[in-house]
Design a protein around this ligand. Sequence first.
Ligand SMILES: Nc1ncnc2c1ncn2[C@@H]1O[C@H](COP(=O)(O)OP(=O)(O)OP(=O)(O)O)[C@@H](O)[C@H]1O
Length: 584
Amino acid sequence: MIDKKLIREVGSSLYHIKRNVGYQWLMLVLNILLITVITWLLAALLSGAQLSSGAIGIVIGTAVLVIVLRHYLGVLAAISSERASHAVKQQLREKIYRKLLSLGGSYHERVSTSEIVQVSVEGVDQLETYFSSYLPQFFYSMLAPVTLFVALVFVNWKAAVVLFVCVPLIPISIAAVQTFAKKLLSRYWGQYTSLGDHFLENLQGLTTLKIYQADERQQQIMNEEAEKFRRITMKVLTMQLNSITIMDLVAFGGAALGIGIAVWELHSGTITLQAALMTILLAAEFFLPMRTLGSFFHIAMNGMAASDKIFRLIELPAEKSGEQALVPMPFPITFANVSFSYDGERTVVSDLNMHLPQGSFTAIVGPSGCGKSTSAALLMGELDGYDGAICFGEQEGRTLREADRLRFITRVTHQSYLFSETVRENLRLAKKDVDDAAMWAVLEQVRLADFLRGEQGLDTMLKEQGSNFSGGQRQRLALARALLHDSPVYIFDEATSNIDVESETLIMEVIETLAKTKTVLLITHRLANVVHADQIYVMEAGAIVERGSFVQLVNGDGGFAQLWNAQQALENYGKEQEHEEKQG
Ligand SMILES: Nc1ncnc2c1ncn2[C@@H]1O[C@H](COP(=O)(O)OP(=O)(O)OP(=O)(O)O)[C@@H](O)[C@H]1O
């Protein structure tokens, strides 16, 4: 019923929990005092004793004082409870955030984005009850029956013993449902994250779903998922309700037993009226803390199930970190017999051998799905579990620190992410301390400067995913950002896909200029873009089938020459058509 690992993780909250238990215990002691003086007064009045107004005044004064003090302690207990949960939430979210940073760019290979969102938002919130209510109540419910027993044993020992013995029946009933509850809650959380996965995916692809009018089908799938979630939620609620009913039976049954004993003893004349009244008023107090613990238990169990997911995330093996001296990029980059499969069954890249010397301009071409982007992702260290070796100089990529790799290599894809911030903030991602002059210089290079001068310059705001820029402008901005990063190696993965010819030509010019001073790997399906590459690897179905300079390949009789001729014929036809249209 206590998750030691969880408590160890967020030890700072223990201080506030102890304070909360202390305040609750003082409130109980005050309650016993209040009941003692009131029952004394009642017993005296009922027995017809003559009480002085001073004595009555003392009793009333004590009662008022006790009530005020209890209220004050209640406020203090609530504050401690709030602080305990605040400390937990802050610590856990910070740990999750740091873990995500340490996992690096390949985090989504190990854990889905929606799971991270759910675990760090909802999951951590679920733990709030565990720390702010359940844990303090757990300790208090151990302390309270012992305190009550000590107070009552001198007044009515028989009832005190019976009540004390009945209290453990509640935790026994909780323990009985625990194994079943744990399994059920684990399923509940599994279903919850699965529903979240679908929801996030559909939300992200909503425009596409609308375009193809496929939203109805997705809605149906979501409905089915939601229905499964509803069913498991109802099972959880039924389990909780049944368990609470059992606890109520034990709690109120036990209290009734204590009260029965007190009445019987009073009837037999073995105890005083005050002792009987005290037993009656304190009987329920024996069980109430455990009963409250029982109801917190179910919410806490939910938090504990969430904590399993939080730990799965926090305990993922992280990148080696720590301050280390900046090392220069070791060259050359070599792929030696590299094979990789995403699912362990279908080999996507097989026996890849590539050599990228420092300062070289290398291109990879090949049909869609042949494994070009996978090769780039392997180089970026985003995919684990490959066979063979990817070496940076003498060093194998697996031992390279993520931070170094990201400093060495910049990748620009056809979907580089632009934030809905200003142009300045987007550029600053690549270099924190960059000044305006350097930003304008790269913007000139990618020929965005004139356009931006007509807008708000570096303060021009981008809408979500840069939707107020054209495809070509977005890509040129992404390229400007990459240039600012100033890394020794650049990967351009279909960086000119789906953009206008003018932007494509311009981007290719920038890439070719860059290739004079940096090591560049260009992945493209358009062979006209690789004419100036030092070496070209032609891939087919995950393997390299040809390799050479453009002249060597185009004069050969392999697939490259055939594809080149086909693409040229198509482009010439396009140009002729365009020319005719202009003439006519
Ligand atoms: N994350 C992934 N999980 C499983 N399979 C994947 C994943 N990414 C790619 N694949 C598969 O690996 C194969 C190679 O994909 P890759 O993206 O490397 O091809 P590509 O040559 O870059 O294609 P394109 O030119 O269309 O971008 C494809 O068959 C694809 O289905």
